[in-house]
Design a protein around this ligand. Structure first.
Ligand SMILES: CSC[C@H]1O[C@H](OP(=O)(O)O)[C@H](O)[C@@H]1O
Length: 347
């Protein structure tokens, strides 16, 4: 199935350049931004030209290579440190940098270091494609029979290599001709739902309706929502999940209305070093994203504005977390631990 992002690849690395679909221009412009150095790659992540936890990790992995074929390991290491400062919440960024650093530290031939790092970045990218399809299959079982599924922000192909995490089950079911209708929260202030989720789903032929962020509760009360499925940027060891701002109130509403609330995320979005979600660093973004969207002033200069990019949903509000390895029902420190212990058992 050709989804929007398969015809417009989110991330391409070729001829030593990082070629990104510029998500700040969607849905009205399908343009690409080419990064030729690590400063441009850092800026692209920071400005959400490329965004979404898995996509940020993939882009940063390729971004290290922008130091060039002749760079030495000190330069590559500096790139990893620098790119890790672009955004603080999505743990996939740090996971990818750690992975690239481990490869560099275990590769002692400077003459082939660039090629080895390039191979690792490609492997990270390819693994993500497989992850999306596995989450699609694992998550489809959770939303079988749902007519209307609500999602928040964009956790689709634009946030990953393809298909996404929260949207992957939708695409999996769409391949079988039985995708549910999707309610997409607009997701202020950057409107990832209205601009990105609505774009990629409609491009793929999946029925989608955009909501303002205040509409979800009323729809739930009227019985119009059969399940909620969202992505995540970092999940603590007890299952608490950080995701786009506005996710937590959705989870509270879903619990109140007895609607299943699911988080879809790969295992590399878990930060098992953090016992609980209150320790997840939450990105605070510039006030103008709220006060002056697109340069149009909505808030008087004298008023203060806060703009946290994420909030944390406690595990007790999450019915299940679906990963590429399976489903964690009723996430707790114990059930999350069991999920990861299964991964280390010999198959
Ligand atoms: C599949 S991860 C998607 C995740 O990332 C988004 O944040 P941002 O657009 O700021 O990168 C949002 O939290 C999504 O759920």
């Amino acid at each position: 199935m050709s989804t929007a992002t398969e015809t417009a690849e989110t991330i391409i690395f070729r001829d030593g350049q990082l070629d990104l679909l510029d998500q700040t221009k969607l849905p009205t412009e399908l343009t690409r931004l080419v990064c030729t150095n690590i400063e441009q790659a850092h800026d692209a992540i920071r400005r959400l030209v490329v965004r979404g936890a898995p996509a940020i990790g993939i882009a940063a992995a390729y971004g290290v290579l922008l130091q060039g074929r002749d760079a030495d390991r000190q330069a590559f290491g500096e790139a990893m440190d620098y790119l890790a400062t672009s955004r603080p919440t999505a743990v996939n960024l740090f996971w990818a940098m750690d992975r690239m650093r481990d490869v560099m530290n275990s590769h002692d031939d400077d003459g082939t270091l660039y090629e080895r790092l390039h191979r690792e970045a490609v492997t990270i990218h390819d693994e993500d494609r497989r992850m999306c399809r596995s989450i699609g299959a694992n998550g489809a079982a959770l939303i079988q029979g749902c007519r209307n599924v609500l999602t928040h922000c964009n956790a689709g192909g634009l946030a990953t290599s393809m298909w996404g995490t929260a949207l992957a089950p939708i695409y999996h079911m769409h391949e079988q001709g039985k995708a549910p209708h999707v309610f997409a929260d607009e997701t202020r202030p950057l409107l990832q739902g209205a601009r990105l989720t609505a774009w990629e789903l409609s491009q793929a032929g999946v029925a989608v309706t955009v909501l303002t962020d205040s509409m979800s509760g009323g729809l739930m009360r009227c019985g119009k929502v059969d399940a909620v499925i969202v992505g995540a940027d970092r999940i603590a060891a007890n299952g608490d999940a950080a995701n786009k701002i506005g996710t937590y109130p959705l989870a509270v509403l879903a619990k109140y209305h007895k609607i299943p609330f699911y988080v879809a995320a790969p295992t590399n979005t878990f930060d098992l070093k953090l016992p609980a979600g209150d320790q997840i660093p939450i990105e605070q973004r510039h006030r103008d994203e709220v006060a002056r969207p697109g340069g149009v002033q909505f808030v008087p200069d004298a008023a203060d504005v806060i703009n946290p990019a994420f909030d944390v949903t406690p595990a007790e509000l999450i019915d299940a977390i679906v990963t590429e390895k399976g489903v964690i029902r009723s996430p707790t420190t114990e059930t999350v631990g069991q999920h990861f212990r299964k991964l280390t058992l010999p198959s």
